[in-house]
Design a protein around this ligand. Structure first.
Ligand code: ADP
Ligand code: ADP
Length: 228
């Protein structure tokens, strides 16, 4: 787990209007923060800057107080949870969860892999499904496998990029509570991008509202709800 500090972050693509314009947010260790706002307001760009998939034009990004602007994604120890889960259909649940360990620098022994995957599966209540393929899982179980991949890496934070946007309303509601329960259980720092008001108002500790690349407001869901 880690704190994430955004200090006056700016992103310009070419010489156009900044996609992210002077955004500062202190994300506490274990906090669940939502980035919300209309399409094109800069949510994905900001998330990609944090994970290291987008260069930072100006400002500083700190993880646990250390400046990481120039660090490669793999050296930031953050785990991205994608829309559609990005599971491998030909691999079992076990191998899907183990996948990041098999890629990692400094190979894990087979015993270590087994230990980490078994622990993650127990936390996620997937123990009985480890030999199944993704096609034979429910949407909720798939979401948990995707989170298992993040857990197994012992990442400092989870970054969610609209993970529920392609689901129907019923499944979305179910997944919302899965993610919420899991985040509380693990207490892991999380940044969650959405344009869905319900997700914004029910999932996070705080909601950051972006508009045209700027941070318009940041408050708890309750404060946002109660204001005139
Ligand atoms: P959101 O995730 O809130 O929909 P984005 O971060 O995707 O917003 O986009 C913010 C702004 O940056 C938009 O105006 C978008 O057109 C622009 N943008 C995003 N990615 C690129 C890119 N690779 N090249 C140029 N402009 C981009
Ligand atoms: P290189 O070009 O040196 O291979 P990359 O910048 O392509 O490095 O990143 C490779 C590693 O970074 C991956 O193995 C993974 O651990 C991590 N990584 C890349 N993208 C992401 C992401 N979206 N979320 C989390 N980690 C990522």
């Amino acid at each position: 787990m880690a704190s994430i500090t955004l200090n006056n972050l700016v992103k310009k693509y070419g010489d156009g209007f900044p996609a992210v314009n002077d955004i500062s947010i202190d994300i506490a260790d274990g906090e669940f923060i939502i980035l919300v706002g209309p399409s094109g307001c800069g949510k994905s760009t900001l998330l990609r800057m944090i994970v290291g998939l987008e260069d930072i034009t100006d400002g500083d990004l700190l993880i646990d107080g250390e400046r990481v602007n120039d660090k490669a994604p793999r050296d930031r120890n953050l785990a991205m949870v994608f829309q559609n889960y990005a599971l491998y259909p030909h691999l079992t649940v076990y191998e899907n969860i183990a996948f990041p360990l098999r890629l990692a620098k400094g190979k894990h022994s087979e015993d270590q892999v087994n230990k980490l995957v078994t622990e993650a599966a127990a936390t996620l209540e997937l123990t009985d499904h480890l030999q199944r393929k993704p096609a034979n899982l429910s949407g909720g179980q798939r979401q948990r496998v995707a989170m298992g991949r993040a857990i197994v890496r012992q990442a400092d934070a989870f970054l969610f990029d609209e993970p529920l946007s392609n689901l129907d309303a019923k499944l979305r509601g179910q997944m919302r509570s899965e993610i919420s329960q899991m985040q509380r259980r693990l207490g892991v720092t999380s940044v969650y991008v959405t344009h869905d008001q319900t997700e914004a108002m029910t999932l996070g500790d705080r909601v950051a509202v972006l508009k045209k690349g700027e941070l318009q407001q940041i408050a708890s869901p309750r404060e946002l709800y109660e204001q005139p």
